[in-house]
Design a binder for this molecule. Sequence first.
Ligand SMILES: NC(=O)c1ccc[n+]([C@@H]2O[C@H](COP(=O)([O-])OP(=O)(O)OC[C@H]3O[C@@H](n4cnc5c(N)ncnc54)[C@H](OP(=O)(O)O)[C@@H]3O)[C@@H](O)[C@H]2O)c1
Length: 272
Amino acid sequence: MDATGVAVVTGASRGIGRAVALELAARGFDVVATMRETTAGAGLAEEAAATGGTLRVEPLDVTRPETITMPSGLRVLVNNAGLERDNLPLEETPLEWWRDIFEVNVFGLVEVTRRAIPALRGSGGGVVCNVSSSSILAPVPFYATYRASKAAVSAISESLRAELGPQGIRVVEIMPGPIDTDMLRHSQASRITPGTEVYQPLAEHMNANKTNSVASLVYPVADAAGLIVDAIVADDGPMRYGCDPLSTGMLEAWRSSSDEEFMTGMLKSLGG
Ligand SMILES: NC(=O)c1ccc[n+]([C@@H]2O[C@H](COP(=O)([O-])OP(=O)(O)OC[C@H]3O[C@@H](n4cnc5c(N)ncnc54)[C@H](OP(=O)(O)O)[C@@H]3O)[C@@H](O)[C@H]2O)c1
Protein backbone atom coordinates (compact mmCIF):
# COMPACT_ATOMS: atom_id res chain seq x y z
CA MET A 1 0.00 0.00 0.00
CA ASP A 2 1.03 3.60 -0.44
CA ALA A 3 1.99 5.28 2.83
CA THR A 4 -0.93 7.72 2.70
CA GLY A 5 -3.99 8.30 4.86
CA VAL A 6 -4.49 7.97 8.60
CA ALA A 7 -2.81 5.35 10.81
CA VAL A 8 -4.01 4.81 14.39
CA VAL A 9 -1.71 3.13 16.92
CA THR A 10 -2.87 1.99 20.38
CA GLY A 11 -0.49 2.05 23.34
CA ALA A 12 1.78 4.64 21.67
CA SER A 13 2.96 6.20 24.95
CA ARG A 14 6.14 4.07 24.96
CA GLY A 15 7.80 0.93 23.70
CA ILE A 16 6.84 -0.70 20.42
CA GLY A 17 3.71 1.46 19.95
CA ARG A 18 5.64 4.70 20.23
CA ALA A 19 8.35 3.52 17.83
CA VAL A 20 5.79 2.24 15.31
CA ALA A 21 3.88 5.54 15.45
CA LEU A 22 7.09 7.46 14.68
CA GLU A 23 8.05 5.05 11.90
CA LEU A 24 4.59 5.26 10.27
CA ALA A 25 4.83 9.07 10.36
CA ALA A 26 8.35 9.01 8.88
CA ARG A 27 7.05 6.85 6.00
CA GLY A 28 4.26 9.34 5.18
CA PHE A 29 1.15 8.26 7.11
CA ASP A 30 -0.89 10.83 9.00
CA VAL A 31 -0.50 9.23 12.45
CA VAL A 32 -2.84 9.30 15.44
CA ALA A 33 -0.75 8.10 18.37
CA THR A 34 -3.25 7.02 21.02
CA MET A 35 -2.52 6.46 24.69
CA ARG A 36 -4.18 6.36 28.11
CA GLU A 37 -2.44 9.49 29.39
CA THR A 38 -1.73 12.03 26.66
CA THR A 39 0.94 13.71 28.81
CA ALA A 40 3.12 10.71 27.91
CA GLY A 41 2.97 11.91 24.31
CA ALA A 42 4.59 15.28 25.01
CA GLY A 43 7.19 15.94 22.33
CA LEU A 44 6.04 13.08 20.09
CA ALA A 45 4.55 15.33 17.38
CA GLU A 46 7.78 17.35 17.29
CA GLU A 47 9.84 14.16 17.07
CA ALA A 48 7.75 13.04 14.10
CA ALA A 49 8.00 16.47 12.48
CA ALA A 50 11.80 16.24 12.66
CA THR A 51 11.61 13.38 10.13
CA GLY A 52 9.04 15.26 8.02
CA GLY A 53 6.13 13.29 9.52
CA THR A 54 2.68 14.27 10.75
CA LEU A 55 1.50 12.92 14.10
CA ARG A 56 -1.09 13.90 16.68
CA VAL A 57 -1.69 12.46 20.14
CA GLU A 58 -5.21 11.38 21.21
CA PRO A 59 -6.51 9.74 24.40
CA LEU A 60 -7.62 6.11 24.09
CA ASP A 61 -7.87 3.43 26.75
CA VAL A 62 -8.71 0.12 25.09
CA THR A 63 -10.68 -0.98 28.18
CA ARG A 64 -12.91 2.14 28.12
CA PRO A 65 -15.13 2.05 25.03
CA GLU A 66 -16.20 5.69 25.54
CA THR A 67 -12.61 6.75 24.71
CA ILE A 68 -12.47 4.81 21.43
CA THR A 69 -13.15 6.87 18.31
CA MET A 70 -11.85 6.33 14.80
CA PRO A 71 -10.92 9.18 12.46
CA SER A 72 -12.19 9.35 8.89
CA GLY A 73 -9.60 8.49 6.28
CA LEU A 74 -8.41 5.55 8.38
CA ARG A 75 -6.09 3.23 6.39
CA VAL A 76 -4.09 1.47 9.14
CA LEU A 77 -4.93 0.30 12.67
CA VAL A 78 -2.10 -1.03 14.81
CA ASN A 79 -3.46 -2.94 17.82
CA ASN A 80 -0.35 -2.73 19.97
CA ALA A 81 -1.54 -1.93 23.53
CA GLY A 82 -0.70 -4.85 25.76
CA LEU A 83 -0.27 -6.00 29.33
CA GLU A 84 1.81 -8.68 31.02
CA ARG A 85 1.87 -9.60 34.71
CA ASP A 86 4.29 -11.62 36.80
CA ASN A 87 4.55 -15.21 35.66
CA LEU A 88 3.49 -18.03 37.93
CA PRO A 89 2.38 -21.65 37.58
CA LEU A 90 -1.20 -21.76 36.37
CA GLU A 91 -2.41 -23.24 39.67
CA GLU A 92 -1.01 -20.19 41.54
CA THR A 93 -2.20 -17.52 39.10
CA PRO A 94 -5.28 -15.70 40.44
CA LEU A 95 -8.21 -15.66 38.04
CA GLU A 96 -8.26 -11.88 38.47
CA TRP A 97 -4.89 -11.70 36.62
CA TRP A 98 -6.39 -13.65 33.73
CA ARG A 99 -9.26 -11.18 33.61
CA ASP A 100 -6.93 -8.13 33.71
CA ILE A 101 -4.77 -9.44 30.88
CA PHE A 102 -7.67 -10.54 28.69
CA GLU A 103 -9.43 -7.20 29.32
CA VAL A 104 -6.55 -5.34 27.61
CA ASN A 105 -4.94 -7.85 25.24
CA VAL A 106 -8.12 -9.46 23.90
CA PHE A 107 -11.36 -7.60 24.69
CA GLY A 108 -9.73 -4.18 24.27
CA LEU A 109 -8.30 -5.19 20.90
CA VAL A 110 -11.68 -6.57 19.82
CA GLU A 111 -13.56 -3.38 20.73
CA VAL A 112 -11.03 -1.10 19.00
CA THR A 113 -11.13 -3.31 15.91
CA ARG A 114 -14.95 -3.45 15.82
CA ARG A 115 -14.99 0.32 15.67
CA ALA A 116 -12.17 0.58 13.11
CA ILE A 117 -13.62 -1.80 10.51
CA PRO A 118 -16.36 0.55 9.21
CA ALA A 119 -13.82 3.41 9.04
CA LEU A 120 -11.35 1.26 7.08
CA ARG A 121 -14.15 0.15 4.74
CA GLY A 122 -15.15 3.79 4.30
CA SER A 123 -11.60 4.57 3.16
CA GLY A 124 -11.73 1.85 0.51
CA GLY A 125 -9.66 -0.63 2.53
CA GLY A 126 -6.45 -0.77 4.51
CA VAL A 127 -4.62 -2.83 7.12
CA VAL A 128 -5.33 -4.14 10.61
CA CYS A 129 -2.02 -4.99 12.30
CA ASN A 130 -2.34 -7.05 15.48
CA VAL A 131 0.63 -7.45 17.82
CA SER A 132 0.66 -10.93 19.39
CA SER A 133 3.87 -12.65 20.58
CA SER A 134 6.32 -15.28 19.33
CA SER A 135 5.93 -16.89 22.78
CA ILE A 136 2.72 -18.49 21.52
CA LEU A 137 4.88 -20.76 19.32
CA ALA A 138 6.71 -22.25 22.33
CA PRO A 139 5.36 -24.21 25.32
CA VAL A 140 6.81 -21.69 27.79
CA PRO A 141 6.02 -22.71 31.38
CA PHE A 142 4.50 -20.09 33.73
CA TYR A 143 3.38 -17.88 30.83
CA ALA A 144 -0.04 -19.47 30.22
CA THR A 145 -2.02 -16.30 31.00
CA TYR A 146 -0.10 -13.99 28.67
CA ARG A 147 0.38 -16.63 25.97
CA ALA A 148 -3.32 -17.58 26.00
CA SER A 149 -4.28 -13.93 25.49
CA LYS A 150 -1.89 -13.65 22.54
CA ALA A 151 -3.05 -16.98 21.09
CA ALA A 152 -6.56 -15.49 21.17
CA VAL A 153 -5.23 -12.48 19.22
CA SER A 154 -3.73 -14.90 16.71
CA ALA A 155 -7.01 -16.78 16.22
CA ILE A 156 -8.92 -13.50 15.96
CA SER A 157 -6.43 -12.36 13.30
CA GLU A 158 -7.01 -15.51 11.23
CA SER A 159 -10.79 -15.13 11.27
CA LEU A 160 -10.52 -11.42 10.52
CA ARG A 161 -8.14 -12.11 7.63
CA ALA A 162 -10.89 -14.23 6.04
CA GLU A 163 -13.71 -11.81 6.92
CA LEU A 164 -12.00 -8.60 5.85
CA GLY A 165 -9.94 -9.72 2.84
CA PRO A 166 -12.92 -9.46 0.48
CA GLN A 167 -13.39 -5.86 1.69
CA GLY A 168 -9.84 -4.88 0.77
CA ILE A 169 -8.71 -4.89 4.41
CA ARG A 170 -5.55 -6.93 4.98
CA VAL A 171 -4.84 -8.40 8.42
CA VAL A 172 -1.24 -8.76 9.59
CA GLU A 173 -0.08 -10.43 12.82
CA ILE A 174 3.25 -9.35 14.30
CA MET A 175 4.79 -11.87 16.71
CA PRO A 176 7.62 -10.05 18.50
CA GLY A 177 10.46 -11.80 20.28
CA PRO A 178 12.50 -9.92 22.92
CA ILE A 179 12.26 -6.21 22.03
CA ASP A 180 13.99 -3.64 24.22
CA THR A 181 11.01 -2.03 26.01
CA ASP A 182 9.74 -1.55 29.56
CA MET A 183 7.71 -4.77 29.28
CA LEU A 184 10.76 -6.85 28.41
CA ARG A 185 13.00 -5.09 30.93
CA HIS A 186 10.45 -5.81 33.68
CA SER A 187 10.13 -9.41 32.59
CA GLN A 188 13.92 -9.86 32.47
CA ALA A 189 14.41 -8.26 35.88
CA SER A 190 11.70 -10.23 37.69
CA ARG A 191 12.34 -13.74 38.96
CA ILE A 192 9.75 -16.49 38.67
CA THR A 193 9.13 -17.53 42.26
CA PRO A 194 6.50 -20.26 42.61
CA GLY A 195 5.14 -20.86 46.09
CA THR A 196 4.81 -24.60 45.46
CA GLU A 197 8.13 -26.41 45.80
CA VAL A 198 7.62 -28.87 42.96
CA TYR A 199 7.84 -26.02 40.40
CA GLN A 200 11.11 -24.61 41.70
CA PRO A 201 13.60 -26.54 39.49
CA LEU A 202 11.70 -25.49 36.35
CA ALA A 203 11.46 -21.91 37.61
CA GLU A 204 15.22 -21.86 38.24
CA HIS A 205 15.82 -23.14 34.71
CA MET A 206 13.57 -20.43 33.29
CA ASN A 207 15.23 -17.71 35.38
CA ALA A 208 18.68 -18.82 34.18
CA ASN A 209 17.40 -18.92 30.60
CA LYS A 210 16.25 -15.30 30.84
CA THR A 211 19.71 -14.21 31.94
CA ASN A 212 21.79 -16.45 29.69
CA SER A 213 19.85 -16.90 26.45
CA VAL A 214 17.24 -14.17 26.06
CA ALA A 215 19.47 -11.31 27.19
CA SER A 216 21.80 -11.72 24.20
CA LEU A 217 18.88 -11.65 21.76
CA VAL A 218 17.20 -8.41 22.85
CA TYR A 219 16.49 -6.32 19.74
CA PRO A 220 16.30 -2.50 19.44
CA VAL A 221 12.76 -1.16 19.36
CA ALA A 222 13.35 1.23 16.44
CA ASP A 223 14.63 -1.65 14.27
CA ALA A 224 11.61 -3.77 15.22
CA ALA A 225 9.32 -0.86 14.31
CA GLY A 226 10.95 -0.66 10.87
CA LEU A 227 10.18 -4.34 10.22
CA ILE A 228 6.62 -3.94 11.52
CA VAL A 229 5.91 -1.07 9.13
CA ASP A 230 7.53 -3.05 6.27
CA ALA A 231 4.97 -5.80 7.02
CA ILE A 232 2.10 -3.30 7.09
CA VAL A 233 2.86 -1.90 3.63
CA ALA A 234 3.72 -5.27 1.98
CA ASP A 235 0.51 -5.87 0.03
CA ASP A 236 1.36 -9.42 -1.03
CA GLY A 237 3.00 -10.49 2.22
CA PRO A 238 1.97 -13.35 4.51
CA MET A 239 -0.22 -12.88 7.59
CA ARG A 240 2.45 -13.58 10.23
CA TYR A 241 5.74 -11.79 10.75
CA GLY A 242 8.50 -11.71 13.32
CA CYS A 243 10.17 -8.36 13.93
CA ASP A 244 13.56 -9.42 15.32
CA PRO A 245 16.01 -12.28 14.70
CA LEU A 246 14.60 -14.59 17.41
CA SER A 247 10.95 -14.33 16.35
CA THR A 248 11.78 -14.49 12.65
CA GLY A 249 13.85 -17.64 13.24
CA MET A 250 11.13 -19.23 15.39
CA LEU A 251 8.50 -18.51 12.77
CA GLU A 252 10.66 -20.04 10.03
CA ALA A 253 11.30 -23.17 12.16
CA TRP A 254 7.57 -23.44 12.96
CA ARG A 255 6.67 -23.16 9.28
CA SER A 256 9.15 -25.83 8.23
CA SER A 257 8.45 -28.47 10.94
CA SER A 258 5.55 -30.68 11.89
CA ASP A 259 3.70 -29.75 15.11
CA GLU A 260 5.31 -32.63 17.00
CA GLU A 261 8.84 -31.96 15.73
CA PHE A 262 8.54 -28.30 16.63
CA MET A 263 7.06 -28.98 20.08
CA THR A 264 9.69 -31.65 20.86
CA GLY A 265 12.51 -29.27 19.89
CA MET A 266 11.03 -26.48 21.99
CA LEU A 267 10.54 -28.75 25.04
CA LYS A 268 14.18 -29.88 24.71
CA SER A 269 15.33 -26.26 24.65
CA LEU A 270 13.40 -25.76 27.90
CA GLY A 271 15.23 -28.69 29.45
CA GLY A 272 12.23 -31.05 29.10
N1 LIG B 1 8.70 -6.13 24.24
C1 LIG B 1 8.62 -7.39 23.92
O1 LIG B 1 9.62 -8.11 24.02
C2 LIG B 1 7.33 -7.98 23.41
C3 LIG B 1 7.36 -9.34 23.01
C4 LIG B 1 6.19 -9.91 22.51
C5 LIG B 1 5.04 -9.15 22.40
N2 LIG B 1 5.03 -7.84 22.82
C6 LIG B 1 3.78 -7.10 22.67
O2 LIG B 1 4.05 -5.86 22.04
C7 LIG B 1 3.09 -4.88 22.46
C8 LIG B 1 3.82 -3.64 22.97
O3 LIG B 1 4.61 -4.05 24.07
P1 LIG B 1 5.83 -3.20 24.65
O4 LIG B 1 6.95 -4.13 24.83
O5 LIG B 1 5.98 -1.95 23.89
O6 LIG B 1 5.23 -2.91 26.11
P2 LIG B 1 5.30 -1.64 27.08
O7 LIG B 1 6.58 -0.95 26.90
O8 LIG B 1 4.93 -2.20 28.41
O9 LIG B 1 4.11 -0.74 26.53
C9 LIG B 1 2.79 -1.19 26.63
C10 LIG B 1 1.90 -0.17 26.01
O10 LIG B 1 0.53 -0.63 26.13
C11 LIG B 1 -0.20 0.43 26.72
N3 LIG B 1 -1.41 -0.01 27.42
C12 LIG B 1 -1.52 -0.87 28.47
N4 LIG B 1 -2.81 -0.94 28.84
C13 LIG B 1 -3.51 -0.12 28.02
C14 LIG B 1 -4.87 0.25 27.90
N5 LIG B 1 -5.81 -0.25 28.74
N6 LIG B 1 -5.24 1.09 26.91
C15 LIG B 1 -4.32 1.62 26.07
N7 LIG B 1 -3.01 1.35 26.16
C16 LIG B 1 -2.62 0.49 27.12
C17 LIG B 1 0.78 1.11 27.68
O11 LIG B 1 0.27 2.37 28.06
P3 LIG B 1 0.69 3.11 29.46
O12 LIG B 1 1.98 3.82 29.17
O13 LIG B 1 -0.45 4.01 29.73
O14 LIG B 1 0.85 2.02 30.49
C18 LIG B 1 1.99 1.17 26.75
O15 LIG B 1 1.86 2.20 25.82
C19 LIG B 1 2.24 -5.55 23.54
O16 LIG B 1 1.04 -6.01 22.97
C20 LIG B 1 3.12 -6.72 23.98
O17 LIG B 1 2.36 -7.75 24.53
C21 LIG B 1 6.16 -7.24 23.33
